[in-house]
Write a protein that binds this ligand. Structure first.
Ligand SMILES: Cc1ncc(COP(=O)(O)O)c(C=O)c1O
Length: 385
């Protein structure tokens, strides 16, 4: 740890861009690269007693260590005793928290409008004898489901509806009842929101999205207070083996150096796109937490520093939405979000979200804002015919 602490100390008090650029870097070593390359190792030389830090590749890897420090420095800057664990995907990270903390007879509160794989998780939790309650993200409705719960799972902003809840308020209420609190921080990224500072016990995310930002890596992470519940999360990773490859971990770390630039650019362009969409008569249900009149804006502005790259809205029919997607030239029709290349999809095609047939989730990339706005407006025009 000491090299990271020393390296982190060099940028303590610096701006977020500076911290992102240097996040997790080891102390400079003459003739060594700034960010050491991926370590491909299933096992490490280990004579004698099998003590760490590096014994076997499913338990630890130096490339993960650097990435874990980087994520921790952004999720919980200046906080001592915080630990991050990286996983093979966001779902691996989510499952590691839920399945390591809950036992038969426990109760968990999930969002009813969260990521579309959560219902699959729900079914699995119930099969293990865990009671699952759900409530929507908006209006802090999960508050009403907390009595007797062991864990509260928050997703804010929610995907794809972009509702926001008051994380601090919910965390205080959950803790008062003895429940742990986890926040899915995928959409916000640690530069948009820091759940641990808002009182959460775990910040969990899919690094597949904006954290890595190039649409070429699957990754997940959990950040929490070292020891205690995090020990069980680490144990779960060892048991299940849902670990990232060294190449993915290294690519993720390299990508984090541009996180601030990407998040700033993509958030400001997302706001420009949302403003342009607001003027269109065929667009309803427009949501972007950064819009001052968005229903989420008040709460979001208290706990978020950037509002993310996703804009959602509804076109009148499924056919209109499909034509719109077809006419876009700078936006790929693809799922996922957060990449430097804009993507959009008709979310209803998956069948998992309670959204209208014409509902579009648009992920704003790093293109020039005026090009992207023009492309979206042109596609809207052409899709009317
Ligand atoms: C909010 C949210 N959480 C978790 C996940 C799962 O992440 P992954 O696809 O990396 O497993 C996703 C994926 O879209 C997501 O949108």
């Amino acid at each position: 740890m000491s090299d990271s602490l020393a390296a982190g100390g060099a940028v303590a008090g610096s701006g977020e861009g500076t911290r992102a650029v240097r996040a997790g870097l080891p102390e400079p070593v003459k003739y060594e690269p700034t960010l050491p390359g991926p370590v491909f190792a299933a096992h490490f030389h280990l004579p004698g007693e099998p003590t760490g830090p590096y014994t076997y590749g499913r338990d630890e890897n130096p490339t993960w260590t650097h990435l874990e420090r980087a994520v921790g420095e952004l999720e919980a800057p200046g906080q001592d005793g915080v630990e991050t664990l990286v996983f093979a995907s966001g779902m691996a990270a989510i499952s590691s928290v839920l399945f390591s903390q809950l036992r038969a007879g426990d109760t968990v509160v999930l969002p009813s409008d969260g990521y579309q794989a959560l219902p699959l998780v729900r079914a699995q939790l119930e099969a293990y004898g865990i009671e699952v309650r759900t409530a929507p993200t908006g209006g802090d409705a999960q508050l009403g489901a907390l009595d007797g719960a062991k864990l509260l799972w928050i997703e804010s902003p929610s995907n794809p509806g972009l509702d926001v809840c008051d994380i601090r308020r919910l965390a205080e209420a959950a803790h008062a009842r003895g429940a742990l609190v986890a926040v899915d921080n995928t959409l916000a990224t640690p530069l948009g929101q820091r759940p641990l500072e808002l009182g959460a016990d775990f910040s969990v995310a899919s690094g597949t999205k904006q954290l890595t930002g190039h649409g070429d890596v699957l990754l997940g992470y959990v950040t929490g207070h070292a020891g205690g519940p995090m020990t069980a999360v680490r144990r779960w990773r060892k048991i299940v083996g849902a670990i990232p490859g060294p190449m993915e971990a290294w690519l993720a770390h390299r990508s984090i150096s541009t996180l601030q630039m990407r998040v700033d650019r993509q958030s400001s362009t997302a706001l420009a796109v949302a403003r342009a969409l607001r003027k269109r008569p065929e667009v309803t249900g427009l949501r972007y937490p950064g819009l001052p009149d968005d229903p989420s804006h008040q709460v979001a502005s208290r706990q978020m520093r950037r509002y993310g790259c996703v804009v959602s809205f509804t076109l009148p029919t499924r056919a209109r939405a499909e034509r719109f997607l077809d006419r876009l030239r700078l936006v790929d029709d693809a799922t996922s979000f957060g990449g430097v290349r804009s993507t959009a999809e008709r979310r209803g095609r998956w069948g998992g979200d309670a959204v209208p047939e014409g509902f579009i989730r648009l992920s704003v990339g790093a293109e020039d804002p005026e090009d992207l706005v023009a492309d979206v407006l042109r596609a809207l025009e052409e899709s009317a015919r």
